[in-house]
Design a protein around this ligand. Structure first.
Ligand SMILES: Nc1ncnc2c1ncn2[C@@H]1O[C@H](COP(=O)(O)OP(=O)(O)OP(=O)(O)O)[C@@H](O)[C@H]1O
Length: 601
């Protein structure tokens, strides 16, 4: 693989950098032993490609723009050298203000980066003060946080400006102290409405400050930021972004689609999960909060427990849900995509004048700094399911990017109904999938037979009808009430007992009645031999890949073996006993659409 390093504009040379033939290592990049050991303790053995090119440049003090695909390890690409630089002369620095700012677009990302920094400095046993700012902090809390002052400040741009406007952070202390500025998830900073904040901050950034800009996509916004903040940066572009379209999605993620009607999406997701045809953990995306709850209630009737994650929940609850899911406490998380939520909620609200009161409340309630998709490091997600399709190719790329992170493998399954076809075509052409090529990038899901789906149709339709709008509304309101009540308790309790994650599980059953036994267990006679075989192979592959529910360290997984991957070696449609089979890439998935309305009970 070759990355591109574009030298600063006054140096015209642009060179292709071949990957080191030898095994790359952090030592060779100039990372000091304390940090190398700390990374090893976190299960991180060797650098990813973006880390290999970015770390030495950052250590040299260069301004860098790094554009690399989702999950490619951009956080350590800037954090490791940043910490190494701050480790030098820790005590000797006379500071008026923070030495480094890390600016991110959402509170979830603040928390995530903060967690990573803390764990690295703890492992390195170095005394650095790190704080994260929250928009909910009062002026006195901000003053306390900034007293000292901290070495590293992690924040959204708006919070920094708030500190300046309430007088707890002075322009002189920024220009006198700031050595490194990082803009993480740069492509989102502007679209999340931080342009004015960044513009207001720019004049206070000292000329000598090293600026780093990290992004998963290249966009006009990134260009704008680059011009605003950086001085003659090195531009690192991994081929996955921009130039080579079919590598936008990490290579280690297999992408599938299933064609079905909108109404049948519940039936199809039930078939995938209940017949165990996808590997856990599974992250499922919906476009509205109501749909998230509908899906959760529906699955619950079949004994499939899941948790929901959305912009309406209090921050502490969201944080806790993420931590639980990452720790492997539950397998299914239904996330409502934030951007889609805001658009749809607002569209729904606009279209119904009677709901004026709700509009006011909804706007107040949805957290504008919440970002469920972008940059959040969901750990060990094997399958991403687009229950509802994202509304843009960029949305698709970032959703799918929640699996196959770093050196892991993963799969995605998109449920595509006729109404989704336009955006699906757009996504395919964005990814460079021209349809007539042998090697399509998004291929029909091979493990689900028409028979298997039809065998569950009657139950799914019956249960689907019982999940009414009222039931959805009630559980959503109840869930929110519970979470608000829990939120403060959660904060206090988990600060004191960070290990008690399972105390308040978020995949608790919503409905009062337990699932009926005939729905909880699919009777043997309903599952045909092919599906049984497919499900068995998925389970075996899961075990072979070391993909179990137990919480894991990054590096402790067994190596994924392609020949153990059922999606590569098994075809439900073409399967005969003893035959290896393979995916039929030329099929367009329309088989899934031809349902005979058989009613099997
Ligand atoms: N060298 C490495 N080896 C193994 N795992 C790594 C390595 N570097 C980072 N990781 C892990 O890979 C995951 C993804 O890293 P990170 O969140 O930095 O990706 P990203 O490029 O910022 O993705 P996104 O664009 O989606 O935010 C994290 O769980 C991280 O701990």
């Amino acid at each position: 693989m070759a990355e591109t390093i574009e030298k600063p504009e006054n140096v015209t040379e642009r060179k292709e950098v071949e990957e080191d033939e030898e095994e790359p290592s952090f030592e060779k990049l100039g990372v000091e032993p304390r940090l190398t050991r700390a990374l090893q303790k976190k299960g991180i053995q060797k650098p990813t490609p973006i880390q290999s090119v970015a770390i030495p440049l950052v250590l040299e003090g260069k301004d860098v723009v790094a554009r690399a695909k989702t999950g490619s390890g951009k956080t350590f690409a800037y954090l490791v050298p940043l910490l190494q630089k701050l480790f030098v002369d820790t005590g000797a620095r006379t500071k008026l203000g923070p030495s480094a700012f890390v600016l991110v677009p959402t509170r979830e990302l603040c928390q995530q980066v903060y967690g990573e920094v803390l764990s690295l400095i703890e492992l390195c046993r170095v005394q650095l003060k790190v704080i994260q700012l929250k928009s909910s902090m009062s002026a006195s809390e901000l003053r306390n946080a900034l007293s000292g002052p901290p070495d590293i400040l992690i924040s959204t741009p708006a919070c920094i400006l708030k500190c300046m406007s309430v007088g707890v952070l002075q322009s002189a202390s920024i220009s006198g102290s700031l050595e490194i500025l990082v803009l993480d998830e740069a492509d989102l900073l502007l679209s999340f409405g931080f342009e004015e904040d960044i513009k207001a901050l720019t004049p206070h950034i000292p000329k000598h400050c090293q600026c780093l800009l990290m992004s998963a996509t290249s966009s006009d916004d990134v260009e704008k930021l680059k011009k605003l903040i950086l001085h003659n940066p090195f531009i690192l572009t991994l081929p996955e972004v921009g130039d080579v379209k079919d590598d936008i999605i990490p290579k280690n993620v297999q992408q599938f689609w299933i064609s079905c009607s909108y109404r049948d999406k519940l039936l199809y997701i039930l078939s995938l999960l209940k017949l165990e045809l996808v590997q856990k953990k599974v992250l499922i995306f919906t476009n509205t909060i109501d749909m998230g709850f509908r899906l959760r209630l529906f699955l619950e009737k079949f004994g499939i427990k899941s948790a929901v994650l959305n912009a309406e929940l209090p921050q502490n609850s969201r944080q806790h849900i993420l931590e639980e899911f990452n720790a492997g406490l539950f397998d299914y998380l239904i996330a409502t995509d934030d951007s889609e939520t805001k658009e749809k909620e607002e569209a729904n609200i606009e279209s119904n004048n009677k709901q004026k009161k709700f509009r006011k409340n909804a706007k107040q309630k949805l957290d504008s700094e919440f970002g469920v998709v972008r940059g959040i490091d969901f750990k060990n997600v094997y399958t991403v399911v687009n229950f509802e399709m994202p509304q843009s190719p960029a949305g698709y790329v970032h959703r799918i990017g929640r699996t196959g992170r770093a050196f892991n493998t993963g799969a995605s399954v998109s449920l595509v109904c006729p109404e989704d076809m336009e955006v699906f075509e757009e996504i395919k052409s964005f990814l460079g999938d021209e349809g007539d090529k042998e090697e399509n990038l998004i291929v029909p899901f091979p493990l689900l037979t028409e028979n298997a789906v039809e065998s569950l149709r009657y139950r799914a339709e019956d249960v689907g009808k019982s999940v009414t709008k009222i039931a959805v509304r009630e559980s959503r309101a109840q869930d929110l009430r519970n979470e608000i009540l829990n939120s403060e308790k959660l904060k206090a309790h988990f600060e004191a007992n960070p290990g008690d994650l399972d105390l308040l599980k978020h995949d608790k059953v919503l409905s009062k009645k337990p699932p009926a036994p005939h729905l909880r267990d699919v009777p043997e006679y309903l599952v045909d031999a092919t599906t049984r075989e497919a499900s068995k192979v998925v389970k075996l592959a899961r075990a072979a890949m070391g993909n179990t529910n137990a919480p894991r360290q990054n590096g402790s997984k067994k190596r994924f073996r392609k020949n153990k991957d059922p999606l590569k070696t098994f075809s439900a449609e073409g399967h005969k006993k003893g035959q290896k089979g393979g995916m039929k890439r030329e099929s367009n998935g329309s088989d899934n659409n031809k349902h005979k309305k058989k009613k099997n009970t």
